[in-house]
Design a protein around this ligand. Structure first.
Ligand code: AMP
Length: 296
């Protein structure tokens, strides 16, 4: 078992010439997750590359097995939670994070809107709460999110969970299922900016692109004519949603305090992403360092 593990790792590294530029290399999902999080772990890479085939004596076999255990442990895909008030820019940042880090983006609000669009019983019930800016009951949301997190793409690539957990009970439930994020990102934006962003926000149902009537207007008359507004993106409803957000965010933070980074979401999307990207790069460097010392 140990030797089959080892030989596949050696083959893997030999077949990719750029271990220090992992994000750019189109490698299979499992291999990519290894590379992504250990781009700085030259000691681990060197050791695997230079380790000869396992000699047939018990001592060498033990050394090989423990080396592989340390490597295997660090193959864990990245798990991120992102939270913020309505229109804090979560959607935009999730697109950027997903693109760079190749994670599965799971948005609780999108899962609920899909249920509504499919006309399911859960969708019908969820809409009643969404209409009034309140949280949809846990018995609908918790299992829906848990099931999505357990899909093969999420477990293999890692996930970016957006808009969940939104309450202490949701966070506790997730913990109980054994899901532990590596980092919790909180986007902070002043309330007056949020209301203005929400009220002008429009969706192009054809391309899925989000516009803002004032800050990011549609390119053509044709697009402008087909834009739609989310049913809960009115001033009245956003105020209710903001109240719900403020009521719950502190209790969620109390669970993830030690892994939370607070990001200023009121600046340009590039500047927001820079803050997030720095935090994620630091996290990956730390993991790589840990792996280096575990293997050394
Ligand atoms: P969002 O798309 O994140 O702005 O969410 C839209 C609405 O979906 C919220 O106002 C809630 O009514 C509902 N919702 C989204 N995520 C959750 C969640 N984790 N728990 C309960 N309700 C949620």
């Amino acid at each position: 078992m140990a030797s089959s593990c080892c030989s596949s790792s050696v083959t893997f590294f030999n077949s990719h010439s750029k271990p220090n530029n992992p994000l750019a290399s189109p490698v299979p999902a499992q291999a990519n997750s290894f590379l992504r999080f250990h781009s700085n772990s030259s000691s681990a890479v060197l050791r695997l590359r230079s380790t000869p085939a396992p000699p047939p004596n018990a001592h060498s076999f033990r050394v090989m097995a423990s080396t592989l255990t340390a490597v295997e442990k660090n193959r864990e895909p990245l798990k991120i939670m992102i939270s913020g008030a309505p229109a804090s820019g979560k959607g935009t940042q999730c697109e950027l994070i997903k693109k760079k880090y190749d994670l599965v983006h799971i948005a609780a609000g999108d899962l609920l809107r899909a249920e509504i669009a499919a006309g399911t019983e859960n969708g019908k019930r969820a809409k009643e709460f969404m209409e009034i800016g309140q949280l949809v009951p846990d018995e609908i949301v918790v299992m829906m999110v848990k099931d999505r997190l357990m899909e093969p793409d999420s477990t293999e690539k890692g996930w970016l969970l957006d808009g969940y957990p939104r309450s202490l009970s949701q966070a506790t439930a997730l913990k109980g299922f054994g899901f532990h994020p590596d980092i919790f990102i909180l986007l902070e934006v002043p309330e007056e900016i949020l209301v203005e962003r929400v009220v002008g926000r429009r969706l192009d149902p054809v391309t899925g692109k989000i516009y803002h009537l004032k800050y990011s207007p549609p390119e053509t008359e044709e697009i402008a004519a087909r834009l739609t507004q989310r049913f809960d993106d009115t001033e009245e409803k956003v105020k209710l949603r903001l109240r719900t957000h403020h009521q719950n965010v502190e209790s969620v933070l109390s669970i993830y305090e030690d892994i939370t980074i607070k990001v200023d979401g009121s600046v340009s999307k590039e500047a927001v992403f820079e803050q997030i990207d720095t935090a994620l790069s630091d996290l990956m460097a730390q993991r790589a360092e840990k792996m280096g010392s575990a293997v050394a």
